[in-house]
Design a protein around this ligand. Structure first.
Ligand code: C5P
Length: 412
């Protein structure tokens, strides 16, 4: 039984021209069973062994075969496809493809994508054993490993040509397990992390509430990335329409008050708190028990501040490593720095929100700020930008950075 850590990952499957290309059909199925979304790129020679229609039917997306395809480039261009991917998996990878990759060729679609993808790349070679043992192929393999490209296989055994030796495509279960393993790390092994997520709802009457546009996508991606980094993760979530990431415990709450209660009950056994929820700042002073009638021409609502969760948490726990968020429509840096100091955070992740950015979007960019010293009045602030990218990728970068700062603080 394989683990589910390809859940929600975008896998770009490159298929090259080897007889093992027929196994790509089954490979798509296995990747999907692990929760991955798969899109396929085939080289010209791969199409001699298996049809694009077969792989299109299984992947449920058009298979890309041509770099100069005006229709396909108008929908999801090759650069976009490379950016979409969390993993580029080339299986089977041929001798020719490895040679092209070594030289940074970009004349065909798959090579062009590989030349721009800044995500893990894994090759599962399949070829005749003499081709595999060929000195150039072995040198190419070494070069590619040096560049950080992962290899899995080939296996030794009976080959399609009737000969025996190393060159068989590795068995598919092992291939999928190796791909899944890439997303496991031990950056936060043994650490307990609370992630708050989504909006809160502040009830006005039994059918109405105040809330905001937070979708919870960034927070859920952070919870998943922390879990992949080995942390024990509890997600304290406002109302969102998202599935719970695997191996993450989820506590559902509605209001800011409930969110505060859930989080404070976890503090004693927690090390890091990532406050990514868009907590409502105000709530109605009075909850009206029956539905308010529309019998007045104007209506006013008296509001009061909700509890400040971050501040309260900091008061209760001096040692907790707190990462706050700041969603702003302007003056991002100024507001972020003010919040960092006033709420006693260890780090703040600030992002601009508007029509095209932040809330409800699949991509995001973050500006991270953290204090270099403890002097509240003379705080020296450090800064790092995490570029615009899909929220799951951004979340993995954020978690890696949080781990770095957490250990820098706990060991200083
Ligand atoms: O001041 P602002 O609400 O923009 O600060 C945002 C940060 O504070 C977020 O990390 C958010 O989760 C947290 N917050 C909170 N309690 C509130 C409001 C915001 O913890 N009542």
């Amino acid at each position: 039984m394989l683990m589910q850590n390809l859940n929600g990952k975008n896998v770009l499957l490159g298929v090259c021209g080897s007889i093992a290309a027929y196994k790509s059909a089954e490979l798509i199925r296995l990747l999907q069973e692990q929760g991955a979304r798969v899109r396929v790129v085939m080289t010209a020679s791969a199409q001699e062994f298996i049809t694009p229609l077969t792989l299109q039917t299984l992947s449920k997306h058009p298979v890309r075969t041509d770099l100069m395809d005006p229709v396909a480039e108008a929908t999801m261009g090759h650069i976009e496809l490379a950016r979409w991917a969390d993993l580029v998996l080339v299986a089977p990878a041929t001798q020719e493809f490895m040679a092209k990759l070594v030289h940074g060729r970009a004349a065909d679609l798959l090579s062009a994508i590989c030349s721009v993808a800044d995500v893990p790349m894994m090759l599962a070679p399949a070829m005749n054993h003499s081709m595999w043992m060929n000195a150039a192929t072995q040198e190419n393999r070494q070069q590619l490993i040096k560049r950080g490209i992962y290899f899995v296989g080939p296996d030794v055994g009976e080959q399609a040509c009737g000969e025996h030796g190393p060159g068989r495509l590795v068995d598919l279960e092992s291939l999928v397990a190796a791909a899944a393993k890439l997303y496991e790390n031990d950056l936060l092994a043994g650490i307990s992390v609370i992630v708050s997520a989504g909006p809160t709802r502040e009830a006005i009457d039994p059918v109405r509430y105040l809330s905001n546009r937070s979708s919870g996508k960034m927070a859920y991606a952070i919870a998943e990335a922390a879990q992949e980094a080995g942390a024990k993760v509890t997600l304290v979530s406002g109302p969102v329409a998202l599935p719970t990431p695997s191996k993450v415990e989820r506590i559902d709450v509605i209001s800011a008050e409930q969110m505060l209660g859930a989080i404070t009950s976890l503090l004693a056994q927690s090390d890091i708190f990532v406050s990514a929820a868009a907590v409502a700042d105000y709530r109605p002073v009075k909850f009206v028990n029956q539905k308010i009638k529309k019998d007045k021409r104007t209506q006013s609502l008296e509001l009061e501040r909700t509890p400040d969760i971050l501040k309260t948490v900091r008061e209760q726990s001096e040692d907790l490593f707190i990462v706050g968020f700041a969603a702003e429509t302007e003056n991002l840096e100024i507001y972020a720095k003010q919040k960092l100091a006033s709420k006693g955070m260890n780090m703040i992740a600030a992002n601009l929100v508007g029509e095209q950015q932040g809330f409800e979007q699949d991509d995001n960019a973050l500006e991270l700020f953290w204090p270099k010293n403890k002097d509240q009045d003379n705080m020296i602030i450090q800064h790092k930008s995490l570029e615009m990218r899909p929220k799951p990728k951004l979340a993995r970068q954020l978690i890696a950075f949080i781990a770095e700062r957490y250990y820098a603080k706990t060991t200083s």
